[in-house]
Design a binder for this molecule. Structure first.
Ligand SMILES: Cc1cc2nc3c(=O)[nH]c(=O)nc-3n(C[C@H](O)[C@H](O)[C@H](O)COP(=O)(O)OP(=O)(O)OC[C@H]3O[C@@H](n4cnc5c(N)ncnc54)[C@H](O)[C@@H]3O)c2cc1C
Length: 335
């Protein structure tokens, strides 16, 4: 069978793209190199509830826990950002991605597993939703993404959690260009991790995050999983070349402040499907809707990156005000 749209990558964003395309009557195929769909839990999966609603996925069954704010910690001090109501969900990421795939299939998209794409597909429309190291971007000679955070995360059970309603964010010179985190998942399970723009400092980051969180992850805690992964910190300067388009991490549609990509990628997936169905320019459309907000996050990130040495709590203020000003972390400022 011939398809109108070929989506490469059955992560959450590829599946949302496929669902949105199929819902508009486009015959859609998704090719995934792995034997299962999704990110396989290589994600902290802390997502604002309003953001989740905006991408139209029935996320409820994937929710593990809810939080209402964060302690931002730097230089031995901390500041509380409290929304006074639950604003963000901690997701079981694999469950969420499977939901995205189920919704794509129920709209009529066909997902092919164990199909690693090694050449540009021949369909009328080709979508690279194949993550931060996108093969499609390389095969179609798109310009590279120029800024990444190298991340490590581990999940533990039997952790000691001071307050399950608050995430802890660590700004520390051991995590240059990003930050560390401890995210409660409920029932004394925590996700502890960090990112850095300097790959050569990963080992130092691991030692530091273990030390900062040692009051929570103790000898009686048990590691359930750990992983390393990349987060793009800047959008790709070009995301459409004729009939080839990039979406999600492949396009760098990620907030540079927090590394959150599900809401922006999910919204861009819808814009991509609308653009195909209504014969509009995808790149122009997503940049009109989402780029001002991504730019704002990028400017805050740059401000934090440019601090001379050592990070103080004062430096955290732009970060905190961004979170509290928009009420949650994933608002897209409509222009
Ligand atoms: C440590 C960490 C923490 C994060 N925390 C959060 C968070 O709290 N909140 C949030 O919103 N976001 C978070 N993110 C970001 C989020 O995980 C990504 O933005 C999101 O997963 C992007 O989804 P995607 O579908 O674009 O790419 P991916 O999930 O990477 O999916 C790409 C898919 O393409 C497949 N693929 C790749 N190449 C090929 C090929 N050649 N042929 C076929 N298939 C291929 C891969 O197997 C994969 O399934 C985090 C990321 C990391 C690394």
């Amino acid at each position: 069978m011939r398809y109108d749209v070929s989506v490469v990558g059955a992560g959450a964003i590829g599946c949302i793209t496929a669902k949105e395309c199929a819902a508009r009557g486009l015959r859609t195929a998704v090719y995934e190199e792995d034997a299962i769909v999704g990110k396989q839990r290589k994600c902290t999966a802390l997502v604002s509830e309003s953001g989740l609603r905006s991408i139209g996925v029935d996320y409820k069954r994937a929710v593990l826990h809810k939080v209402r704010g964060a302690f931002i910690e730097a230089g031995g001090k901390r500041m509380l950002v409290d929304a006074r109501r639950n604003i963000a969900c901690v997701l079981e990421r694999q469950r969420f991605d499977e939901q995205c795939a189920e919704e794509a299939e129920s709209e009529g998209a066909k997902i092919f597993l164990r199909k690693k794409v090694r050449a540009l597909p021949k369909e009328k429309w080709i979508v690279g939703a194949d993550g931060a190291s996108s093969f499609i971007a390389r095969a179609a000679s798109f310009p590279p993404i120029t800024r990444f955070a190298f991340c490590y995360e581990a999940e533990y059970k039997n952790a000691r959690v001071e307050d399950e309603a608050f995430v802890r964010v660590f700004l520390d010179s051991a995590f240059p260009g990003f930050f560390g985190w401890l995210v409660p998942c409920g029932n004394n399970v925590v996700r502890v991790g960090f990112g850095t723009q300097k790959h050569e400092r990963m080992n130092e980051g691991k030692r530091r995050i273990a030390s900062i969180t040692s009051n929570s992850v103790t000898k009686s805690s048990k590691k359930l999983r750990e992983f390393h992964a990349l987060i793009p910190l800047k959008w790709r300067s070009q995301t459409q070349r004729g009939n080839v388009m990039l979406v999600g991490d492949a396009a760098g549609q990620v907030k540079a402040t927090t590394g959150g990509g599900l809401v922006f990628g999910g919204n861009c997936a819808r814009i991509l499907a609308e653009s195909i169905a209504e014969n509009r320019n995808y790149e122009k459309e997503w940049k009109k809707e989402c780029l001002p907000t991504l730019k704002l996050h990028y400017l805050v990130r740059r401000k934090l990156d440019l601090l001379p040495s050592g990070i103080t709590l004062a430096a955290a203020k732009p970060f905190a005000s961004l979170v509290s000003r928009f009420g949650d972390m994933d608002n897209i400022i409509r222009v």
